[in-house]
Design a protein around this ligand. Sequence first.
Ligand SMILES: Cc1cc2nc3c(=O)[nH]c(=O)nc-3n(C[C@H](O)[C@H](O)[C@H](O)COP(=O)(O)OP(=O)(O)OC[C@H]3O[C@@H](n4cnc5c(N)ncnc54)[C@H](O)[C@@H]3O)c2cc1C
Length: 399
Amino acid sequence: MKIAVIGGGAAGCFCAIGAKRRLPDADVTLFEAGPKLLAKVAVTGGGRCNLTNSFRDVERLGEVYPRGEQVMKRALRVFGPADTQRWFEAEGVRLVTQEDQCVFPASQDAMQIVRTLERCLRQAGVRVCCNAPVEHIEALPGVPGGRIVPGEEFFDKVVVTTGGSSREKMERLLPEGVAVTDCVPSLFTLKVPDAGLRALMGTVVPRTSLALAGTKFRAGGTLLLTDWGVSGPATLRLSSYAARHLAENAYGGTLLINWLDAPEADARGWIASCAAQNPRRQAAGTPPSGITARLWHHLMNRAALREDLRWAELGSKGAARLAATLTADAYPVAGRARFKEEFVTCGGVDLSGLSPGTLESKAYPGLFFAGEALDVDALTGGFNLQAAWSTAALVASVL
Ligand SMILES: Cc1cc2nc3c(=O)[nH]c(=O)nc-3n(C[C@H](O)[C@H](O)[C@H](O)COP(=O)(O)OP(=O)(O)OC[C@H]3O[C@@H](n4cnc5c(N)ncnc54)[C@H](O)[C@@H]3O)c2cc1C
């Protein structure tokens, strides 16, 4: 049997190794467009490679896989995070799990992961062709296998692991009729052109929740204020959940910041207790927990409250304005900025055209997909690479 794997990234390399180990008599060829395999893995996690996550803090898979939850449920059953850890440890890579549950090689060196996969490819006997971009896969509906262009070589099974790209590129590569959803970026930070907020650059607010006004998109977590707007885990999460919506709206909208990650009633309660307990103290001197003095000053300004105001002077209107500012502080969004550490594509091969248990095209038997080429993507934290390992292992197990 001849198997072609197209794309030498995490998913392609892992799938080729798995396929050749399981089917030693098969002829497995890995085609990579670039001069080197695993170029992206080499820069993952800021060069440290956050290769998976313990998933200990994941309550619902959809929280970390906004697209592809069902496919990931199956793929993780075949090859989950514990399997990833066992696999790499069996290949001699010692791993460490951080407090935030992200898993890295103990060497803190992504190149160790690259070298390990390259060695496994060699040892398994996978034929590797670099500088070999595949332009098109020729196949006929219902007829197994496909021909790779250029080269015209025929393969019984073809696995597409070309990563995140554009819908046009994917459609040029794939046989006619394989549906691809629109590809847009995910995991980015937001530009917020508010001078007051930008002046607070470097401020970290440990517990916030963000929302886009007029939508159901919400995300909680730490917020980082930057010189261009907002960043940090809460922003990245929101960008992932709302990736399509934000793209459709030219990355504009209104960001609602709940600085306390609490309902407005709780904010009112806190304000009432401050007024009752410290009526003569200046409100500016008693920020809520998690809010720095400078940010508190900014928020009081936003609520149109005097700096020297005492709690007793707040009045019901002032209290209402302050509670609203603390829990739904609105800022216009004026675009996106790229997140330096991680950047993935939302969109890819439409999952409805694939058999979920095998990731094989329903229309073209013998045509499989794994990794970011699928319409599957995740939050930061090792979940994207885990999706690559899991979907690649699933495909390798059914070829
Ligand atoms: C800077 C950065 C840091 C990241 N850090 C992390 C992290 O720490 N943890 C994490 O979980 N995720 C991280 N990610 C995301 C993660 O790297 C990707 O989700 C993952 O690498 C996807 O693997 P893949 O094999 O599907 O695609 P890719 O790694 O993109 O590989 C696809 C390969 O296919 C090749 N190719 C494309 N078209 C063709 C063609 N027509 N013919 C032949 N070859 C082709 C490409 O050249 C490429 O080598 C990071 C992403 C970036 C950009």
